[in-house]
Ligand binder design. Structure first.
Ligand code: SAH
Length: 272
């Protein structure tokens, strides 16, 4: 599909507020199709189809495509371009309000999620993919490069933080390839990375709320010593945490960014 030509034909100006940066490189679209290895049995949920450049390829290679698009104007365009295609269901709406369980129940099949989504909702998308992880098999997404680096970070680096911990507790993330900003229109400020996400079958977390509280309180002072944070926090059960630090052989003089993902799980679990 010639994206720029379609945009001209329908007289569309990309909307910044909806994160509209269209992928105009056929080479990269085909690369996406290759690495995702989708098949005729797959039911695909697409976030933000835009003018349908990826949708077109998905329709050729899968059983069914459900595309959720927030921009009413683009929904009209998609309806015109794909009107005769029975494999495509276009939902006008916000992906964040879509109930994945419901779609899964209707389709009777674990979904594959795919998107070059708007980056301003990256964190909400990840939260949703964590919360509704029972209803899809794999999600393939492009995100801002720096965002992916935070998801995949290791302890004691500047990228390591709450996003890293929540991602790695619940999801297996694999980096697939880079997408340079030059292949988007309009050209964004940031480069992208294309990744796959597979929900972990089991997690060791027994106290999800505890994990939220501990990571939040610790990481808003990531450079401070844990002992200092505990002394000054009114939100944390200091005595319990001190006991669990000593049970787990964690030095209270270490800093939040030095603890591993399993350290955090263990601390949270001990607060039960
Ligand atoms: N996938 C297309 C478009 C990417 S731009 C391509 O690769 O070219 C991001 C798309 O997501 C736009 O079409 C935008 O309108 C849509 N969008 C923005 N916020 C959304 C939301 N909350 N739910 C669904 N779609 C959204």
């Amino acid at each position: 599909m010639q994206v720029k030509k379609v945009l001209r034909e329908f007289n569309i100006r990309p909307k910044k507020r909806l994160g509209q940066n269209f992928l105009i490189s056929q080479h990269h679209l085909e690369k996406i199709m290759k690495v995702t290895n989708l098949s005729r049995n797959d039911v695909v949920l697409e976030i933000g189809p835009g003018v349908g450049n990826l949708t077109e390829l998905l329709l050729e290679n899968t059983k069914k495509v459900i595309s959720v698009e927030k921009d009413e104007v683009l929904v009209e365009v998609l309806n015109q371009i794909f009107q005769s295609n029975k494999k495509l269901k276009i939902i006008k709406g916000d992906f964040l309000n879509i109930n994945l369980r419901k779609i899964y129940k209707t389709e009777k099949k674990l979904l594959k999620v795919i998107a070059n989504p708007p980056y301003y909702i990256s964190t909400q998308i990840i939260e949703k993919l964590i919360n509704e992880r029972k209803y899809y098999k794999t999600a393939f997404l492009s995100f801002q490069k720096e965002y992916v680096q935070r998801m995949l970070a290791t302890p004691a680096t500047k990228n390591y933080g709450r996003l890293t911990i929540f991602t790695q507790v619940y999801l297996n993330v694999e980096f697939l390839f880079k997408i340079p900003k030059s292949v988007f229109y309009p050209v964004p400020v940031v480069d992208s990375m294309f990744i796959s996400i597979r929900p972990k079958k089991v997690t060791k977390v027994k106290n999800e709320n505890g994990l939220h509280i501990v990571t939040r309180e610790f990481f808003c002072k990531r450079r401070k010593k844990i002992s200092t944070i505990l002394k000054n926090s009114s939100m944390l059960p200091t005595v319990k945490i001190n006991r669990s630090l000593s049970d787990l052989n964690i030095d209270p003089n270490s800093r939040p960014e030095e603890l591993s993902v399993s350290d955090y799980i263990n601390i949270a679990n001990s607060l039960n």
